[in-house]
Design a protein around this ligand. Structure first.
Ligand code: ADP
Length: 607
């Protein structure tokens, strides 16, 4: 065992080129090497793949890695091959002959590691053939797909729960980034009959900046956010396929390298977008949630939502795709009440059982309170996942704390307008009555004769919309989806209306007066190092294009930054760079050191 542990350490340093394990990696690897069952719950970017790749490499037995995501399998395969590891794959996107060849190499022991999609693994024929081989380890990646409690349940994943009975001599372990407590127990039960050790790594992703904006004009809000991010990669999430097309063409018209991505596009187009995103610098993919699960790109610098996600789990998973390399990355959610109405309607109109609908509505409630909280966002977010931190100092509320104002009287004005109009109308109508708008609809219904008509005219439409959202977030109002999103007063809302219970609201600022916090993509490198970094990036892109590889599989951003700062000139120095092992040293150190050499010479000459 200690022999294998020292091999694991060697592999980390000499094959992957990393100087040390990240939190929990060592513990997990030790556990796996001692052939014990395990479920690891670690946030995106924590380094899950290494936790099973190293045991797979070190072990003398064979390993099968199961993933629902073809793109992810392909990326991991090419990364491992670059390191010189023999590894195979069998999934729906490779042809019959390739699959046969891969299988034969795995069977005769030429390769000890194979990636498989669940549907290819769980055929009678495959399971039969595997019985005669010495399979040490089954790794179930994205293990939450096995549980009905999770949000991405897949029938073909559920079948994996048979592995523990079919291969009692083998170990089965699972990895996931998203699972609340109930889901964790369910997964552990499915993969290991409840015997698995569950290791949960804190969910905090301190390098992600969290911010939320009220939707006014998404076009200008998006442009403002993206204006200094043309050189970096990012994702903009939209709710609908149509939305992605619209936003992508808007961004293209404004000079961005933008592409739409959704499940309605044919496979070929989707693959092309994905390939470009992995390889080109400075591209923005505008996508539905169909995009991202299998994207193993560590240098995504921002994630923007222009619609409300379905839950905090979904939101955290989606923003979690940014900054896997640990470098500072930004997230922005732009949402309006329309999004909320739409989300509620989607839940109501689904075929699901009532219990499920109720749970989904609750999830949305949490998301809304996250959006409207005046406190540290990360605190609330992590609290939801049973994790605790102090103020984060990396969210909009921490950096520009909102003022709380007594809004009891204003709330009473709004609530009584809702009450007097019969709790029958949506926010547009209610706000129009409140602001005294003499519109046909209002006059037809005689609402201009109500005592509440015009009692809130001193505030803008935007102000009231924001105010409504805050009352909703604190549960004083609810949306009745069966009545087209009409606003209704809850018991606590009645308490404000009738008994004057205190209601404090978060100061609502006029967008143009909002203090602009500079969230520039600032670099801590000096001018010279920065210019070297740009040259190194250019070289990386050329190599990536020539070898048809995603740029980051050549070297990560972190490795390039290290090079720009440390300026290695010998092989020994080059090996010190984070993420450089012997294989990459041999392949690429010369062209990179050449650029560094030229850069240093040019500087000397100018001095
Ligand atoms: P996850 O699957 O948990 O989202 P990955 O396995 O894709 O995360 O790892 C995220 C990034 O971190 C990858 O680029 C990986 O190479 C890098 N990484 C993993 N472990 C280490 C380590 N010990 N030191 C440095 N980088 C690491």
């Amino acid at each position: 065992m200690s022999e294998m542990l020292s091999q694991a350490n060697d592999t980390l340093r000499n094959l992957f080129g990393f100087s040390e394990f990240r939190p929990n990696q060592k513990e997990i690897i030790e556990h796996v090497l001692s052939e014990k069952k395990l479920l690891a719950v670690m946030p995106t970017g924590a380094g899950k793949s290494l936790c099973y790749q190293i045991p797979a490499i070190v072990s003398s037995k064979r390993t099968i890695i199961i993933s629902p995501l073809i793109a992810l399998m392909d990326d991991q395969l090419s990364s491992m091959k670059l390191l010189g590891v023999k590894v195979e794959k069998i999934h729906a996107n490779i042809d019959r002959q390739e699959a046969i060849d891969a299988w034969l190499r795995f069977k005769n022991g030429e390769s000890k590691i194979i990636y498989m999609s669940p549907e290819r693994l769980m055929t009678e024929k495959m399971l039969q053939s595997l019985q005669s081989l010495d399979i040490g380890l089954f790794v179930i990646d994205e293990a939450h797909c096995i549980s009905k409690w999770g949000q991405s349940f897949r029938k073909d994943y559920e079948a994996l729960s048979q592995l523990k009975e079919l291969f009692p001599e083998s170990n089965v372990i699972g990895f996931t980034a998203t699972a609340d407590e109930a889901t964790r127990l369910d997964i552990a039960d499915k993969i290991a009959g409840g015997n698995a050790k569950i290791i949960v790594r804190g969910f905090d992703r301190p390098n992600l900046y969290l911010s939320i904006k009220l939707k006014r004009k998404w076009q200008s809000q998006l442009l403002e956010f993206l204006s200094n991010r043309k050189q970096v990669s990012g994702i903009v999430y939209c709710l609908s396929r149509n939305g992605t097309e619209k936003v992508a063409s808007f961004l293209s018209e404004n000079g961005f390298n933008a592409c739409a991505y959704h499940a309605g596009l044919d496979g070929d187009t989707r693959r092309k977008v994905q390939d470009r995103f992995m390889t080109e610098e400075g591209m923005v993919v505008v996508a539905t949630i169909a995009f991202g699960m299998g994207i193993d790109k560590p240098d995504i610098r921002y994630v923007v939502h222009v619609n409300l996600p379905s839950s905090l789990e979904a939101y955290y998973q989606e923003i979690g795709r940014a900054g896997r390399d640990g470098l500072a990355s930004e997230t922005l959610l732009i949402y309006g009440l329309d999004d909320l109405v739409l989300r509620r309607r989607m839940i109501e109109e689904s075929d699901a059982e009532d219990e499920y609908k109720l749970r989904e509505h609750k999830r949305l409630d949490y998301l809304l309170s996250y959006c409207e909280t005046p406190d540290c966002r990360r605190k609330l977010l992590l609290n939801y996942f049973d994790d605790k931190i102090d103020e984060c100092n990396n969210c909009d509320n921490c950096l520009d704390p909102p003022k709380l104002i007594d809004g009891t009287e204003l709330a009473q004005k709004l609530l009584s307008t809702i009450f007097r109009t019969g709790q029958y109308f949506g926010q547009v109508h209610v706000i129009n009555v409140l602001r005294g708008m003499e519109e046909k609809n209002i006059i037809d219904k005689g609402h201009n004769n109500l005592s509440v008509f015009g009692i809130g005219s001193e505030y803008s439409k935007d102000f009231w919309q924001s105010f409504v959202r805050q009352l909703l977030a604190f549960g004083h109002l609810r949306l009745n989806i069966h009545r087209y999103g009409s606003l209704q007063i809850t018991n606590s809302g009645m308490d404000i209306l009738k008994n004057g219970k205190l209601f404090q609201y978060k100061e609502i600022k006029n967008e143009s007066k909002v203090k602009k916090i500079s969230r520039e993509v600032v670099s801590d490198l000096d001018e010279n190092d920065q210019s070297l970094l740009m040259k190194l990036k250019e070289l990386r892109l050329n190599i990536a294009k020539e070898s048809k590889l995603p740029a980051f599989t050549v070297f990560h951003d972190i490795a390039l930054r290290d090079m720009a700062v440390l300026k290695p000139r010998t092989s020994e120095e080059f090996l010190e760079i984070n993420g450089v092992g012997p294989s990459k040293l041999e392949k690429w150190s010369s062209p990179f050191m050449k650029i560094i050499e030229e850069h240093l010479k040019a500087i000397e000459e100018t001095h």
